[in-house]
Ligand binder design. Structure first.
Ligand code: SF4
Length: 223
């Protein structure tokens, strides 16, 4: 079958009509902290630590007043100490520069320590309803395999996806691609035989129906 972006997007939407963030958060502050913790960590693990973290530090103000030494043991299972220090330092800057309110624009968010474009895009989409396509490891891999993008890096992938997908679907498409990457189009050994996109996917077509990944070589990017 000829490649059709429309057919790909319709198939993804039909597969994942309820696609949504798998991180738990209730406001922009919790969104920012949860997304910062999720870098190179699973959403499931982040969801395990955030209830106690947000109970002890429920606001930007309380986190800004915290010591990294106190925060780190609570988030240790999500990664390095840098994450704890970035979260505390970001909250201090939000107190100083933004009156304690998480800023809703890309420039201000990416000025915070530990907040890159991907994190900012996720915060903007989920906490402020801004149409963005955050390109994490799943979005990068899946969109380039399917053929929605043909890019070598995250920035180019984001630009291409913004052109390939109607703006009204940007946030949903981000979630569709993540769901598909987690459930079917795995980094290693994607389940092409069972994939509903098999007859549309450029990588599967080029590989004769089944994408084979090297077993040892690192083929993925880190988000
Ligand atoms: S056919 Fe294979 S490579 Fe293509 S989207 Fe499906 S699982 Fe991924």
């Amino acid at each position: 079958m000829r490649f059709s972006r429309k057919a790909v997007l319709e198939t993804l939407e039909a597969l994942y009509p309820d696609a949504r963030p798998e991180l738990n958060f209730r406001n922009p502050y919790e969104t920012l902290v949860a997304v910062m913790l999720s870098a190179q960590c699973t959403d499931k693990q982040v969801n395990k630590v955030t209830p106690a973290l947000f109970e002890r530090y429920p606001t930007v103000e309380s986190m800004a007043a915290a010591s990294v030494e106190d925060v780190y043991p609570m988030v240790k299972s999500c990664g390095f100490k840098t994450k704890a220090s970035n979260i505390v330092e970001s909250c201090r800057l939000i107190m100083q520069l933004h009156g304690g309110e998480v800023p809703g624009d890309m420039k201000a968010l990416t000025a915070l320590p530990g907040v890159g474009q991907k994190t900012a895009n996720v915060v903007l989409a989920n906490a402020f309803g801004v149409p963005t396509i955050a390109v994490d490891t799943h979005v990068f891999r899946v969109s380039n395999r399917i053929g929605l993008a043909q890019a070598k890096n995250v920035e180019e992938t984001e630009r291409q996806l913004q052109k390939a997908i109607p703006q009204k679907d940007w946030v949903a498409a981000h979630h569709w691609l993540i769901f598909h990457g987690r459930r079917v189009c795995h980094a290693r050994n994607p389940a092409c035989e069972a994939c509903a996109l098999n007859n549309l996917c450029k990588a599967a077509k080029a590989a004769g129906g089944k994408v084979v990944t090297p077993t040892k070589k690192k083929t993925d990017i880190q988000a």
